[in-house]
Design a protein around this ligand. Structure first.
Ligand SMILES: [Zn+2]
Length: 313
């Protein structure tokens, strides 16, 4: 079986000409195609369990939707109308605590509006505010460690550098100040409520039968955090989502994904905090051989690979 990762699924908006999203009509067509090819859909936790019992898992697809985006309420309704009640939605919980847009999505908004100009805007903001993204003790180590963070997906080096500075090696303490400065300068007016699912929408998605999973609290790269802070990310997000949905939250999704997005502490913590599985990003199918009974490093393809994986034969 194969897991697919989705983020933005929406219509084109001319205010954000560089937006990277799956168009709604393409999403619908691709899912309809998969249905007609005989694929079946499962949520992550069910699918992982079925590895132990079912002989043939070839035709199973795990649809996963990251970041708790408002788009995913529409997605849930579309899937529901197509008769699909199984998918997993991974929610980061910080926006529900402070009502603010997460740094990762502020960066997306800026990139969607300004494209490669975003990097110049970031350096300008550093100058204007007199702060530096490289002014922290791990800068050199992290820059080296995460130098290939975006090599696969992005071709533009300015966009890669912008995203790497914000998400992988720039100072965590100043990134929101800088992003807020750019956002006010380029006139983006969106608020957290516009971008993320409401509590009621998460509840409704859960009640439709879909799985809700945790995407941590603050969408910070876990590998950059000490063990205690990682535990807070894993535990606090799970607790809030369990209170909201009145269901156990069993599945975790690594912010950013990939082997370098977590470390041995993260893997140790899953048992302590009681997760059953965790999904990452890696170009591999899921079967007994590829995951070797390790339910905490489950591979997942990007939804832009869907044509190559399923529909081109
Ligand atoms: Zn994410």
């Amino acid at each position: 079986m194969k897991a697919l990762m989705y983020h933005y699924v929406r219509k084109f908006n001319s205010n954000f000409p560089f937006s990277k999203h799956k168009k709604i009509e393409d999403f619908v067509n691709e899912i309809k195609n998969l249905i007609s090819l005989g694929y079946k859909f499962k949520n992550v936790t069910e699918a992982i369990k079925s590895l132990e019992t079912e002989e043939d898992t070839q035709k199973i697809i795990l649809l996963t939707f990251d970041d708790g985006l408002k788009d995913h309420f529409n997605v849930a309704k579309i899937l529901n109308n197509l008769g699909i009640k199984k998918a997993t939605y991974y929610i980061p919980t910080k926006p529900y605590l402070d009502n603010k847009i997460l740094h990762v999505h502020k960066a997306h908004l800026i990139l969607s509006k300004e494209g490669e100009k975003s990097l110049d805007l970031l350096f300008e903001a550093c100058n204007n505010l007199g702060i530096s993204l490289s002014d922290h003790s791990n800068y050199k180590v992290e820059k080296e460690k995460f130098k290939n963070a975006y090599s696969r997906w992005d071709t533009n080096s300015k966009i890669k550098e912008f995203k790497s500075l914000i998400n992988y090696y720039g100072s965590i303490g100043v990134r929101d100040l800088l992003l807020d400065e750019i956002i006010s300068q380029i006139g983006i007016k969106l608020k957290a409520n516009d971008l993320y699912l409401s509590f009621n929408e998460i509840k409704e998605i859960s009640e439709m039968g879909f799985e809700i999973g945790s995407h941590g609290v603050s969408h910070t790269l876990l590998a950059r955090l000490d063990k205690n802070t990682q535990k807070e990310e894993l535990y606090n997000s799970k607790k809030l989502l369990e209170e909201l949905t009145s269901r156990n939250i069993n599945s975790f999704c690594y912010p950013y994904g990939g082997k370098k997005s977590y470390n041995k502490y993260t893997l140790e913590l899953f048992k302590e905090v009681d997760y059953h599985n965790a999904i990452s990003v890696e170009n591999k199918d899921i079967n007994k051989e590829t995951i070797k009974n390790n339910f905490f490093e489950i591979p997942r393809y990007d939804c832009n690979q869907i044509k190559d994986l399923f529909l081109k034969k």
